[in-house]
Write a protein of this length. Sequence first.
Length: 342
Amino acid sequence: MLTFHSERTKWRRARTELDGGQLVTPYECPERVDLVLKYVLESGLGEVRAPAEHGLDPVLAIHDAGYVDFLERCWADWVAAGRRGEAIAWVWPTRTMPGRVIPDHIDGRLGHYALGADTSICEGTFEAAMASKDVALSAVDHVLASGEPAFGLCRPPGHHAATDQFGGYCFFNNAAIAAQRALDAGRSRVAVLDIDFHHGNGTQQIFYARDDVLFLSLHGDPRHCFPHFLGHADETGEGPGEGFTVNHPLAPGTGYAAWAEALEEAKARIVDAGCELLVVSLGVDAFEHDPISAFTLSSDDFTDVGRRLGRLGLPTVFLLEGGYAVEEIGINVVNVLSGFEQ
Ligand code: SP5
Ligand code: ZN
């Protein structure tokens, strides 16, 4: 299987993440890329290729133009405002002040466009997000052209990014951008299967009213787990999209037996819906030793996940999402990919 990778995905190196009331070194760090790459190379999975540059059009097919413009300028505006730390949102439109007007001030703009305070914006963030979506686009283009599977070593991740919001370490929704690409190339229905520990709120929001993208997610129950405000089982889509969002919230502590049962249900729905291409939002933070997650999958379980996905027999693009057990994420990612090829 081909891997697509760009060194530019490492141009974002945030120093701060607000976690537990402290500013910590971010879990989502550029070393993740090198560790995944190392295992891809060691395992002999296949060739590693650089992505082509695809510009902003495929981003604007998914994201709001004002949002993209905000991301492009945010760091410069923040520095121009004389700030010394990284750009972190700290005031938001909320249930009691919905925020009809997009503010001019950078603090207000940050709150408008952010969905959490876990994600600082720093120099290089926009460039890394651009490289990440180019990796996703080149990977899906390869699948579309060849029918062969591909892996996009995306970073930063994408599945929390909504039409006009960043957060959960995500800026551009790589999976949504790739799914749209497949539709634009003539596929009539695409499945996005999100196996990251966290609910893919951004992907769900983007496609909620549509029936051309089936979104399915296995994740920590939002009553207990980030992103907390989306991902319940009764969210099933709206209008023409009714039935095309499928959530499997699972209790913290869930192990592989129950997780794999949910996976098989998701697979059955993908087959039923007649999807022609599969985008896997491949987070490996369901791993037992992940520092911020609460499922108990082992490294061997990830091989079985890959095998089960392979049995769908669909053209498949894997796009990296989360996974923060830095030493093991490469092993777990490669286990899924090599299991798929068995
Ligand atoms: C792509 C992805 O996996 N994003 C996840 C974003 C989660 N951000 C909030 C993390 C909160 C971590 N708090 C855990 C404390 C354990 N020391
Ligand atoms: Zn995650």
